[in-house]
Design a protein around this ligand. Structure first.
Ligand SMILES: Cc1cc2nc3c(=O)[nH]c(=O)nc-3n(C[C@H](O)[C@H](O)[C@H](O)COP(=O)(O)OP(=O)(O)OC[C@H]3O[C@@H](n4cnc5c(N)ncnc54)[C@H](O)[C@@H]3O)c2cc1C
Length: 667
């Protein structure tokens, strides 16, 4: 792109972005970290630095931010550290401060008693793992959105343990469900529709087509596919194929003699792309229209999505197969296994969205363990409360959360059988390695790093822990000065097949706890965009590996240029000017995103459809002496309830060890 094009996009403009250098903020715009603050975090006496430490307002490259992963990567590549004994002793150390680790910390504290000492270590500058809050200040108001973990999905599928935890920390599901209606009602009242942006890269010309064939929003006209498609730049043949696929689906043909189970079994073993080409007989030019559809949930396109999952997700083409819903109580209820899609089966109950997503849960978990870090006592009063990060890691506090600390070693002191302590070595923000000791350890970090951290583990378990491949994904949040363009175009969201980000939409307008969401189109607004880097045509795990590499090597400048270009072109019909209208950009990149889940194309089919004992997640999560393994990877499920349930199981295992070691005193 030329310099003048960059100027038109506003690449040189002063906004809150790229303000981090090696993980340390330079203090522009809404960023609150003075240079060196991270290094001083946690040192008594430096109150100014501690009070200004507030990561949710940091912009630029977030998620896996600079400074969070370098130690782990050099450790993986062979660097070693010898820790200096800090003298700190704990009852429990948790490695990883995501929802699983925070839950584990609380479960342990709750069971072992309020005076038990718990330390949670995390490599990021903020807690919550994927469940992060992005906060923006503009024109005197605070706006927020999730930087990762978006919602509590289908909460009726949550276990008793998970639901009890939510209730115990004050996450009142009924109240939250009521609050999110305010956002739904608000947007419904505006009558905005969706849109599809056909880009010149993918379709030969730039064109925004608003509305959809099925209608969008209350009272929307049911235009029918043929009519809607005439507005697109797609050829008449492609339009015809899509209309047939959407409205009637292909005939049953030579599958007419197959039972329901046999049809499902065949769908399980073919990709949706193969289904479209081979069974539906669409032209290959149809594929780009559908290819991005599964990416936000499965992190691959239709070439690697089992057709069975596409059916479960409600994709078109299966109408005439007359597939029967799964039994309500059978083991296939949650097809595909822990994969996304289960929420579509039966009524999973409300999916709860809060202004910052599941970061609210992370904050409530912190409040439950360290009450004075977050003022208040209810869900409502937590929303706008400013979390005091200086209280997370205080000596004397029974629960401590230590950020910017990457664990590089976890070993029993003495043999695993007889040890009474585990030594945990971590590298802090100053680059120094320290050790702490604990009676019990829960590994709530992702599975693939555990074999490096715990070299004592048996080879079979190490191999099982390395089996999966976390799925890379990006949630980009863009603060715009107003959203009159959206109101003028009559749209709320835009799908952008084949573009850098596959879609974008207006943020949440949830009225809860004094949060003042955008109401008028003249108000500032946070847009949400999703990007899933992958490599179509390759095996799924290889696609995830390449996507991760892509995320770790792409500069913020490249993201910014693509964001400005995409928004500018998609919204040009409404007069959007990226140079003028963008006020801040936060790119939440998650190279180690969703937990790897088994699927019917790439893994043994029983691993995907049943809770088989030989699944690597089961072999990998075996207790090893005083070390137990939590995290959503341990369930091979990218969902918050799995993160909680696995934290509970891991802590339960260690409570047994504790009880046996201490006799009845431990109960
Ligand atoms: C963009 C995105 C959106 C999502 N949306 C949803 C959703 O809407 N609903 C849903 O249910 N789930 C969603 N998920 C899935 C989400 O992963 C889980 O819900 C849950 O948040 C996972 O929590 P966790 O604690 O198991 O893992 P993580 O959140 O990955 O937490 C693990 C933590 O351990 C840290 N760690 C790793 N190694 C070390 C080390 N050596 N030393 C110290 N710390 C370490 C990691 O950096 C991380 O902070 C989403 C995930 C992503 C990425």
């Amino acid at each position: 792109m030329s310099k003048s094009q960059d100027r038109d996009l506003g690449m040189g403009r002063e906004i809150t972005r790229r303000d981090f250098l090696n993980g340390v903020a330079l203090g522009v715009g809404g960023v609150m970290l003075p240079p060196g603050a991270i290094g001083r975090l946690g040192r008594p006496g430096d109150t100014a630095a501690q009070e200004s430490y507030y990561p949710p307002t940091a912009t630029g490259m977030r998620g896996s931010h600079p400074g969070s992963f370098e130690v782990a990567h050099s450790f993986r590549d062979g660097r070693t550290w010898t820790g200096v004994d800090s003298g700190e002793r704990y009852d429990m150390v948790v490695v990883g401060g995501g929802l699983s680790g925070l839950s584990a910390g609380l479960f342990f504290q709750d069971s072992a008693g309020p005076s038990s000492r718990v330390l949670i270590l995390d490599n990021h500058d903020d807690f919550g793992g994927h469940a992060k809050r992005n906060e923006f200040s503009y024109g005197g108001r605070t706006l927020m959105l999730n930087g990762g973990t978006s919602n509590l999905e289908a909460t009726r599928h949550y276990s008793t343990v998970a639901r009890t935890l939510l209730s115990a920390v004050g996450l009142d599901l009924e109240r939250a469900a009521g609050a999110q209606e305010t956002s739904r009602d608000f947007y419904a009242g505006l009558g905005l529709t969706g849109g599809t942006f056909f880009s010149r890269e993918a379709f030969g010309t730039d064109r925004l087509v608003t509305g959809s064939a099925r209608g969008f929003g209350p009272g929307a006209a049911q235009r029918g596919w043929a009519e809607w498609l005439t507005q697109t730049p797609l050829s008449p043949e492609v339009q015809r194929d899509i209309a047939v696929l959407e409205e009637s689906g292909p005939p049953v043909g030579d599958w007419s003699g197959l039972t329901d189970a046999e049809r499902k079994s065949r769908l399980a073993r073919m990709s949706y792309q193969a289904f479209l080409l081979e069974r539906a007989g669409v032209s290959p030019e149809v594929l780009p229209f559908y290819d991005d559809r599964p990416k936000g949930l499965f992190c691959v396109g239709i070439d690697a999505l089992p057709a069975l999952y596409a059916w479960a997700m409600g994709y078109p083409g299966f109408q005439q197969l007359d597939l029967q819903p799964f039994s309500r109580v059978g083991p296939l209820t949650h097809i595909g296994g822990g994969q996304h899609g289960r929420e579509r089966q039966f009524d999973g109950g409300p999916t709860i969205e809060l202004p910052d997503g599941n970061a609210t849960l992370a904050r409530l978990l912190v409040r439950a363990m360290i009450p004075d870090a977050l003022p208040g006592s209810t869900l409502d009063d937590s929303i706008m409360a400013r979390l005091d990060y200086s209280r997370l890691d205080r000596s004397g506090s029974p629960a401590r959360i230590r950020l910017n600390s990457t664990v590089v070693g976890v070993r029993h002191r003495g043999g695993q059988e007889n040890a009474s302590e585990v030594e945990v070595t971590y590298v802090g923000p100053d680059g120094a390695a320290r050790t702490v000791r604990a009676a019990h350890v829960v590994m709530a970090c992702q599975n693939d790093i555990i074999p490096y951290l715990c070299p004592e583990l048996p080879p079979e378990q190490r191999a099982a822990l390395g089996y999966g491949e976390r799925m890379p994904i990006v949630y980009t949040n863009v603060l715009i000065r107003d959203w009159t363009v959206f109101a003028d175009l009559g749209i709320r969201s835009v799908n952008s097949p084949g573009m850098y980000h596959s879609n974008f939409n207006l943020g949440r307008a949830i009225d809860i706890g004094g949060y003042d969401p955008p109401r008028s189109p003249d108000d500032p607004m946070v847009l949400h965009m999703t990007r899933t880097p992958c490599a179509p045509g390759l095996p799924k795990k290889e696609q995830h590996r390449r996507g991760r590499q892509d995320l770790l090597t792409t500069t913020f400048d490249t993201f910014e240029r693509n964001i400005r270009d995409q928004l500018g072109r998609s919204l040009s019909g409404g007069g959007f000017d990226p140079a003028r209208d963008i006020a801040a950009i936060t790119v939440n990149r998650w190279p180690h995103g969703y937990a790897y889940s088994y699927d019917t194309l790439d893994d043994p089919i029983e691993w995907s459809l049943f809770e088989a004992d030989d699944r690597p997640c089961v072999v990998g999560r075996r207790r090893f002496g005083r070390i137990s393994i939590a995290n959503s990877d341990a369930a091979a499920t990218p969902h918050t309830d799995a993160a909680i349930d696995e934290g509970y199981r891991a802590v339960g295992e260690q409570l047994v060890v504790r009880s046996r070691a201490q006799g009845s005193d431990a109960v």
